[in-house]
Design a protein around this ligand. Structure first.
Ligand code: ARG
Length: 713
């Protein structure tokens, strides 16, 4: 009996390490080898070559990395691009003013001529990917951990130079499994991107921050762009002579709809996961880093919101920054909460115990977990330093402007006129996009002040920058008052508090003026403290923990030779597959009736406003071919695919590679998903393609856009 029990627990513990069919962000290049049979069993109808091929057009040719942080797909033979509304948000709000307010009102180009250039946007196609593991590992042989990153970057450069020579392509090498494998990705990058269509944000961001990261969801989270190229199909910067790009491939759209159990796969560019994290890392996230990020972001959100509520132009100027900060404010709140709720620390400990047992008689691994312990113990006391610098001290706008000047210091000292002028131009260009209105600077002053208060209250006194005691607290005997007076002085006297003076400095960048500026001194004060006292510790920790993580993964692979491992997300192209699937007691699909219900329930809350036209269309029930069998209009649905931030905008495809939706979010119950995948409750939230087409067609009356797509029923 006892033995059976033992065996049972062993099996149970063991199975926590098994990869379920739905977990994993897989490299398209390896699908044939590792995943294809499972995918076929779940309902895939395509061949491996139709998913990924270097010599013929394949699915990967219809997927692009959008703006370096999202995914998008090509949906017509004229380079039409579909992505999330929140991925186009920065471009859309950047094109909006109170007079021509496309963020609030929506926009539909009724012809190619009406499309709006979106400066700064780019999309990148993956031309191919190669396994470069042996070349990289060979060159890292006998290289110490300290020199590893430098050497690795040098090899990366050799490889990318060789791979792109004479092609006009760009290339990136990526570390996988914390340095057990390496892959090269070759891209073609297009930079003349134009806005084609977007719903009003009342549809595209319906539910706002309240519903963000949650299910059930009712957001029409999509927007449309077009890639322009030279007449011979080459990338070029914006020109009126450029023409719509003819892609190698594009996705047809399937309106048949989804039901529980249908095959669903997602290809895209997931940003970051840390699935092989150690238990101690989980603890630092839940107890220290995540709550600090939330508190620091709270400051910016509150100060901005106050000003955004007063004026439309200010709201439009700040809305993209606000959405970005709010998104990860809520993310880290959820991550901390769910790591605890889902007992991820305990889970990791369990896995480590199994590993320790296996490793106990292996010289290479037997000390590994003890070393991990030591490494975390040494780092933990300093683990808030980086967060307080990046999310705190460096976050006010005034410090960003002064920081730009700060980065010119070395070039100015060098005295090379050519370099100085080039940088000057670059900075003046960047400055055009930086918001300076006085309302924003007022918010900024409040942010600057509150951040210092948090810094003073939360970092151990002996870890605070000397500048705090030497300069800031000198103003008064009472620290709160001193911070206030110091803030006043910074905003009264720094040239970076004023747009004119900042511009004037960049036009005539003089080192002496910079060095006397109080915002500059502020940066130097806090930065020096970090660089001298904490950066060496942080670097050492990162170096050590990466090496230990590398060894841990290698060990896990030896321990379970029959398991297929997938690498953490790192913004490289991946595919995840699974099925359409609900969870807990939640519905699988939401519909337009519920949008109206939510709107009525939260009257007066602008996050749940909807355009009158949508209310009218709902009343008329004129959904045409976009309706479900029950006559309702679908809005969003769930799959159990494994995604993370960066996958936003990714195509959700059926077994034939046809588009059935766009991934746009994850669910609250699985906010711990970047560190631990929970097959029971982790879901991908997708906007149904039928809602997307309904909004373009019936709401936007842009049949020109719908007609361009290939719609199959
Ligand atoms: N949570 C979504 C994601 O990270 C973004 C949603 C953007 N919307 C917002 N309300 N900030 O992909």
């Amino acid at each position: 009996m006892k033995n059976i029990l033992k065996l049972l627990t062993a099996v149970m513990l063991f199975s926590t390490l098994q990869v379920k069919a739905d977990e994993g962000m897989w490299l398209p290049l390896l699908l044939k080898k590792y995943n294809y049979e499972k995918m076929k069993a779940l309902g895939l109808k395509l061949t491996p070559e139709q998913l990924y091929d270097v010599n013929h057009s394949s699915l990967k040719d219809a997927i692009v990395w959008f703006g370096g942080g999202c995914t998008a797909e090509i949906v017509s033979n004229k380079g039409l691009v579909l992505t999330n509304h929140h991925c186009g948000y920065d471009a859309i709000s950047g094109l909006s003013t109170a007079k021509d307010n496309i963020l609030d009102n929506g926009f539909w180009a009724k012809s190619i001529q009406e499309e709006r250039p979106a400066p700064g946007l780019s999309v990148q196609f993956v031309i191919r990917m190669d396994d470069i593991t042996s070349e990289v590992l060979d060159s890292l042989k006998n290289v110490s951990e300290k020199d590893r990153a430098k050497r690795m970057n040098a090899v990366f450069k050799t490889i990318t130079d060789r791979a792109t020579k004479g092609t006009g392509y760009e290339a990136q090498c990526r570390e996988m499994f914390k340095g057990n494998a390496y892959y090269l990705f070759i891209f073609e990058k297009f930079t003349d991107i134009r806005l084609v269509g977007t719903p009003p944000q009342n549809i595209g961001k319906f539910g706002g921050e309240t519903d963000n990261w949650m299910w059930p969801r009712h957001t029409g989270d999509f927007s449309m762009f077009r890639i322009y190229a030279t007449r011979d199909g080459k990338p070029a910067s914006y020109s009126a002579d450029n023409v719509p790009y003819v892609p190698k491939n594009f996705l047809p759209i399937n309106l048949k709809g989804v039901k529980q159990g249908d095959f669903a796969m997602i290809m895209g560019f997931p940003g970051r996961t840390n699935r092989y994290e150690f238990s101690q890392g989980v603890q630092i996230a839940t107890d220290l880093v995540d709550p600090a990020i939330v508190a620091l972001r709270d400051v910016r959100l509150n100060a901005w919101k106050e000003q955004m509520n007063k004026d439309v132009d200010i709201r439009l100027k700040l809305s993209s920054d606000f959405a970005g900060v709010a998104n990860y404010w809520k993310f880290f709140r959820g991550e901390a909460e769910q790591l605890k709720h889902n007992k991820v620390f305990e889970q990791k400990q369990k896995e480590e115990k199994i590993f320790a047992k296996w490793a106990s008689n292996k010289d290479e691994y037997k000390n590994l977990l003890a070393d991990v312990d030591k490494t975390f113990a040494a780092y933990k006391p300093y683990s808030l330093q980086r967060t307080f610098l990046n999310e705190g001290i460096l976050s006010p706008n005034i410090i960003k402007y002064a920081g730009m000047a700060f980065t010119m210091e070395d070039v100015l000292k060098g005295g090379d006129e050519k370099k100085i002028n080039a940088m000057k131009e670059q900075m003046l260009e960047a400055l055009k996009d930086m918001p300076y209105p006085s309302a924003i600077m007022q918010a900024d002053k409040r942010i600057f002040d509150s951040i210092l208060v948090l810094y003073y209250a939360n970092l151990p006194k002996d870890q605070q920058a000397k500048y705090m005691a030497d300069v800031i607290l000198k103003y008064n005997t009472n620290p709160r008052e001193a911070i206030k007076l110091y803030t006043e002085e910074v905003f009264n006297s720094s040239i970076f508090s004023s747009e004119e003076m900042t511009k004037a400095w960049f036009e005539n960048p003089r080192l002496g003026v910079l060095k006397n500026d109080i915002a500059y001194k502020h940066i130097v004060g806090f930065r020096t403290s970090y660089i001298e006292n904490y950066k060496p510790k942080v670097d050492e920790f990162n170096e050590n923990i990466l090496a230990l993580g590398r060894k841990y993964i290698k060990g896990l692979m030896e321990m379970e030779p029959n398991k297929t491992f997938y690498p953490d997300a790192n913004s490289s192209l991946r595919l995840t597959y699974g099925t359409v699937k609900s969870y807990m007691k939640f519905p699988l699909i939401t519909n337009l009736d519920e949008v109206i219900e939510k709107h009525n329930k939260f009257t007066g809350n602008p996050e749940f406003d909807i355009p009158q036209r949508l209310i009218d269309l709902h009343k008329a029930k004129d959904y045409g071919r976009y309706a479900m069998k029950d006559g309702k209009l679908p809005v969003a649905f769930l799959t159990n695919d494994d995604i993370t931030g960066g996958n936003s905008g990714s195509p959700v495809m059926d077994g034939e590679g046809q588009l059935i939706g766009l991934a746009f979010d994850g669910n609250w119950e699985a906010m711990s998903g970047n560190i631990h995948f929970d097959p029971e409750n982790k879901r991908t939230i997708c906007v149904d393609i039928r809602y997307v087409l309904f909004i373009i067609d019936k709401y936007g009356q842009a049949s020109n856009i719908v007609n361009e797509m290939k719609v199959v029923q």
